[in-house]
Write a protein that binds this ligand. Structure first.
Ligand code: NAD
Ligand code: ZN
Length: 576
């Protein structure tokens, strides 16, 4: 039996088709706890299928039975409880559940839910399935019902994005989350009171010294100085931070469907509580959305809503949303205040800092844009718990890059904590993101508009990366994956020029691999890559400037490398 008494039960909530019951069963097995499904309990007690209770006795009767079953379930200990998709909407249920256990919500996109409910018999045993499927337009109905429940699902202690994951993978995530949460959940009221006292003391000290401890760094450019806040669970303070930054009026949240479905209603609620009027504009996820077409759609929306010059744009999402929303903020009414709430690792440590905003042109990425700094950046590292794993891994490449170019000690920190960092251990994750963001902030503060050449060092690994990305039509690699390979290439090139010892090259390569990043490629011709690199150079109208290393944490910039050396390095990167 599990000996941890801090957590009495684990509650699994989420919409139908997210696999609550199967996942809960597997989690119970993994933890050696008991398992209970409230819908099954109701069927057992009444001797009737749920659909029959709905049709014969009505939904109100079902909810009554559900409340009673939940009340009894909450008296259990060390039980994994799967609850019906609508149970958490009831305040009484929620309060009872939250008091007796940790609540984990399983998320999935409406399309995934639709697919699963129709195609995968294993998922189709739940309460709401029949009425949903009987509807004329089930996908739309799923969308609506799910949207109306989202504010309640948002109250969970943890959310897991299940799209593309198997039941076992989701169960593993739940177990991981429960371990992390246990460590960060006060054992009892006394512990909570002690934590509150410590927090109040820290806040008083902060107030006396005038320093906000959530500030990871300041970006100080000629056009704007602004704070970058980094913390775990920091989202709750967004409204407060915005007010302190003298922002007021209407906030228009711009987000993509993935992120908005997870955090949209929560962020809107936080902003409303802080006194902002809130609008939102949601775009499809993916790089194709970063276009003039979508910028125009957002302009239209702002015109329609009569947005004013001191209203605020809130970019809630990964780098794609940040670049697009920032571009709109830079250009609409000749510039509106805007803030970044980055939700991907890439966005937190890279895209949200430095004010590069823009959209793609069919002829090239980021060809249309501006330098336009936000008023603040707020990164809540807890949000990364729902970021798909491959996106997370890709983001580590930019974090590691920041260490490799400027901070040897940070590289050592990353190295000593790989396991905890990749498991998103809150305290270390926050430290890593804060440091990485601070390095980017330091560089862009010295060279806001990339005129002095100082910002170039951020392109370590990017020359080969761009070649790899362009040669594969941006379809094969995530950016960070290409950067990881590119960094190995740049290190090897540095070694060929006698700048870097081979031990340092291997050291860097091993670190990237530990974070799950690729360090070579296959199935690509070398000339395709070099041609793409040449094309990239032509589009930008500049000679290629190679960022190389002379030690971990120390860079040198050299122009135009002999083709022979570049080819030799690419050859080494090409895996047989
Ligand atoms: N402005 C800059 O300085 C700068 C720097 C680097 C990259 N960029 C740009 O950023 C973009 C890449 O950013 P990205 O890697 O964040 O890609 P992205 O914004 O496309 O996000 C990747 C995917 O993750 C999803 N996602 C994001 N946060 C999530 C979360 N917390 N939970 C679940 N899903 C989540 C998104 O919906 C998307 O599907 C590119 O357009 C690139 O050009 C800009
Ligand atoms: Zn990059």
């Amino acid at each position: 039996m599990n000996s941890d008494r801090r957590i009495t039960n684990l509650i699994i909530t989420g919409f139908s088709g997210t696999g609550k019951s199967l996942v809960a069963m597997e989690v119970a097995q993994g933890l050696n706890w008991d398992f209970l499904d409230t819908d099954d309990e109701i069927v057992r007690q009444t001797g009737k299928p749920i659909a029959e209770i709905f049709s014969q006795d009505g939904e109100a009767r079902f909810r009554e039975l559900e409340r009673e079953t939940i009340r009894k379930a909450c008296q259990q200990r060390q039980t994994v409880i799967a609850i019906g998709g609508g149970a958490i909407v009831d305040t009484q249920n929620y309060e009872l559940l939250a008091k007796t256990g940790l609540i984990v919500c399983l998320e999935a996109k409406p399309e995934t839910i639709y697919e699963r409910l129709f195609r995968e018999a294993a998922y189709s045993t739940e309460t709401e399935v029949r009425p949903l499927l009987a509807n004329d337009n089930p996908l739309e109905r799923i969308r609506q019902l799910k949207a109306s429940r989202q504010p309640y699902y948002a109250k969970a202690n943890w959310t897991i994005h299940t799209d593309g994951l198997s039941v076992s993978e989701v169960a593993e995530e739940v177990i991981r989350a429960s371990r992390l949460l246990r460590r960060y959940t006060p054992r009892n009221d006394r512990e909570k009171a002690r934590n509150d006292r410590v927090k109040a003391r820290n806040d008083r000290e902060k107030a006396r010294s005038g320093i906000d401890k959530d500030i990871a760094c300041l970006v100080e450019t000629e056009t704007q100085s602004y704070p970058v806040f980094v913390g775990y669970g920091l989202l709750d303070k967004l409204g407060e931070k915005m007010k302190k930054a003298a922002l007021s009026g209407t906030a228009t949240i711009i987000s993509d469907e993935n992120v908005f479905s997870l955090y949209g209603s929560k962020v809107a609620g936080i902003l409303k509580d802080a006194g902002f009027a809130v609008n939102s504009f949601v775009v499809p996820p993916g790089e194709e959305t970063k276009s003039m077409d979508y910028a125009i759609k957002i302009y239209d929306f702002l015109v329609e809503r009569r947005a004013e010059r001191d209203d605020i744009i809130v970019a809630l999402g990964g780098g794609m949303v940040g670049d697009l929303a920032g571009f709109v903020a830079a250009t609409f009414l000749r510039g509106m205040p805007w803030i970044q709430v980055p939700t991907s690792l890439v966005a937190m440590v890279d895209a949200s800092i430095g004010g590069k905003v823009g959209v793609n042109h069919p002829e090239g990425k980021n060809l249309i844009g501006a330098f336009y700094q936000p008023n603040l950046v707020l990164a809540d590292c807890q949000i990364l718990t729902t970021l798909p794993k491959r996106e997370m891994t890709s983001g580590w490449a930019e974090v590691i890059k920041h260490g490799l170019i400027l901070d040897k000690e940070f590289v050592q920190f990353l190295e000593s904590n790989v396991n905890k960092l990749t498991k998103l251990e809150p305290e270390l994750l926050t430290r890593a993101i804060a440091r990485s963001a601070a390095i980017k902030a330091q560089v862009v503060s010295q060279d806001e508009k990339e005129r002095e050449g100082k910002r170039t060092i951020l392109n370590y690994g990017h020359t080969i990366a761009h070649g790899l990305e362009a040669a594969t039509w941006y379809k094969h690699f995530l950016h960070g994956e290409a950067v990881a390979i590119g960094m190995v290439g740049a290190a090897k090139l540095s070694q060929r020029l006698g700048l870097l010892p081979s031990a340092a090259v291997e050291h860097q390569q091993a670190l990237l691999q530990k974070f799950g990043l690729p360090t070579g490629f296959s199935g690509l011709g070398l000339t395709e890559i070099t041609r793409a690199m040449e094309l990239d150079k032509k589009t930008k109208g500049k000679a290629i400037r190679w960022v190389l290393l002379r030690d971990i944490g120390k860079v040198v910039i050299l122009s135009d490398m002999p083709q022979r050396d570049v080819l030799a390095v690419l050859q080494e990167l090409a895996e047989p």
